[in-house]
Design a protein around this ligand. Structure first.
Ligand SMILES: *[C@@H]1O[C@H](CO)[C@@H](O)[C@H](O)[C@H]1NC(C)=O
Ligand SMILES: *[C@@H]1O[C@H](CO)[C@@H](O)[C@H](O)[C@H]1NC(C)=O
Ligand SMILES: *[C@@H]1O[C@H](CO)[C@@H](O)[C@H](O)[C@H]1NC(C)=O
Ligand SMILES: *[C@@H]1O[C@H](CO)[C@@H](O)[C@H](O)[C@H]1NC(C)=O
Length: 283
């Protein structure tokens, strides 16, 4: 019992520091939006690849990649990109590497990796587990759209910036993973993530309708284009996430109300682009 309690408090200390992506509801939202936009062929392939217990619901598995971080220790660096402090730019060759400097080991490299693996779908054999490839891709497409997942190196994407979210202590990274979404759900959506999904879907078909083709677009021969998403990410991090949020800031209504539209917009883009990528992969 004592050691269990010690373990539990150790986890409580460790968990907030770990860089996970959008929280469960953020990932649920991007995957739910994506699944509603799949072509028939992509929808069939996704159903085929999902584990049986998912009952065809991609959103329910969208946080799988966070849950396997301890088991698949190698996968931790695949959730984010560290860019040079205060530059507000991203370059694949310069920035996409892990802490040991191994090239390609970052979220944009991993999106390319799992997209390429899924192109094996329909072939007689693949050396990869395509169920895992689908679950990684679906999750990481969300992560790359969380502005602080393409953040500065020294503060670890806002993980070492201590703030108060209203009266509660938090780190800035967590505010963007979870707090903004949770507060929005409580205030505007009856604490029900499905209502948030619906509100974003409505804006995708109305407010943002004429931007959608631009969001979906990649180069002619590209199946997915994470470098575009990452470049937008660090820009949003500088203009919105880091701005006005130094160590010991108290973030309240002003910050919440001005940043919530950015969160909604990035969740929408993540969902639309996941669907566009899966539609291109599965033809
Ligand atoms: C690519 O996927 C394989 C299989 O999951 C994994 O072992 C490898 O680390 C991945 N590399 C990147 C850069 O995502
Ligand atoms: C593929 O990965 C899933 C999820 O980790 C696992 O349940 C399944 O057993 C794996 N399939 C094979 C053939 O290893
Ligand atoms: C914020 O303050 C904490 C505690 O004093 C410190 O550990 C951390 O490095 C600071 N973060 C930044 C970005 O200066
Ligand atoms: C939808 O768009 C309207 C008008 O721009 C905006 O007021 C609202 O906050 C948006 N909602 C979401 C969930 O994006």
């Amino acid at each position: 019992m004592e050691s269990l309690r010690a373990l539990a408090s150790l986890l409580l200390v460790l968990l907030p520091a770990a860089a996970h992506g959008w929280g469960v509801d953020g990932h649920y939202t991007t995957c739910k939006i994506a699944q509603g936009r799949l072509s028939q062929a992509a929808s069939k392939a996704v159903n085929d690849l999902l584990p049986k217990y998912a009952e065809g619901d991609l959103a329910s598995q969208c946080s799988w990649a966070d849950h396997v971080k301890f088991r698949y220790h190698w996968s931790s660096p695949l959730h984010y990109i560290d860019t040079p402090d205060n530059l507000c730019t991203y370059q694949y060759a310069r920035d996409c590497k892990d802490e040991d400097g191994v090239a390609g080991r970052c979220v944009s490299g991993a999106i390319n990796n799992y997209t390429a693996q899924l192109l094996d779908y329909g072939k007689e054999t693949s050396q990869y587990n395509l169920t895992e490839a689908l679950l990684f891709l679906s999750h990481l497409m969300g992560d790359i759209h969380q502005p602080l997942h393409v953040g500065f190196t020294t503060d670890r994407g806002g993980n070492t910036i201590d703030v108060h979210w209203y009266t509660r202590k938090a780190v800035l990274h967590h505010v963007w993973d979870d707090s903004i979404i949770e507060t929005a759900e409580e205030r505007f959506y009856d604490s029900d993530v499905e209502n948030l999904v619906e509100a974003i879907q409505t804006n995708i078909t109305k407010e943002w309708a004429d931007q959608i083709p631009t969001w979906e677009k990649c180069g002619k021969t590209q199946t997915t284009c994470p470098n575009i998403y990452a470049r937008e990410g660090i820009k949003a991090a500088c203009s919105w996430a880091y701005k006005g949020a130094v160590n010991d800031s108290v973030l309240g209504d002003d910050y919440f109300m001005s940043r919530l539209p950015i969160v909604n917009w990035r969740l929408a883009q993540g969902g639309v682009r996941l669907a566009a990528t899966l539609n291109r992969i599965f033809g």
